[in-house]
Design a protein around this ligand. Structure first.
Ligand code: 5GP
Ligand code: ZN
Length: 116
């Protein structure tokens, strides 16, 4: 169900613009507005879940579809040298948008995963 105050639900509903990369009945992929790598795409389920933990418990098949879509997009974006898939989940991860989204990052060597 769409959440009225959710940024990514508004993108799904067409109420906010996004540079779409791919769409299925259950998922939408669009370019991140503030890319952290030459290729930075977000894959989301159209249904609203707060984070990956909530989605995987509620709908494992949908979680698989989001992951499959990310792998297909990585292929179509020619990320054959490798890429990173990332779900920020909760406060310590730095999650800022609370509609689950899978980051696809690539297009250059990405370096260490985290700085501490
Ligand atoms: P998080 O930190 O929650 O894992 O990542 C949220 C991501 O959403 C960030 O990389 C941020 O740049 C991106 N983002 C935030 N607002 C928008 C928006 O309105 N449009 C798009 N395309 N990306 C957004
Ligand atoms: Zn939402």
């Amino acid at each position: 169900m769409a959440m009225t105050d959710c940024l990514f639900c508004k993108i799904v509903a067409g109420e906010l613009p996004a540079t779409k990369v791919a769409e299925t009945d259950a998922t939408l992929a669009f370019r991140d507005i503030n890319p952290q790598a030459p290729t930075h795409i977000l894959v989301i389920p159209k249904a609203h879940y707060v984070n990956a933990a909530e989605m995987v418990l509620a709908d494992p098949d949908l979680t698989t579809r989001v992951m499959e879509e990310a792998v297909k997009i990585a292929d179509s974006e020619e990320l054959s040298q490798g890429y990173r898939l990332l779900f920020n989940t909760g406060k310590d991860s730095g999650q800022e948008v609370f509609h689950v989204h899978l980051h696809i990052l690539g297009g250059k060597p990405l370096g260490p995963m985290v700085s501490v």
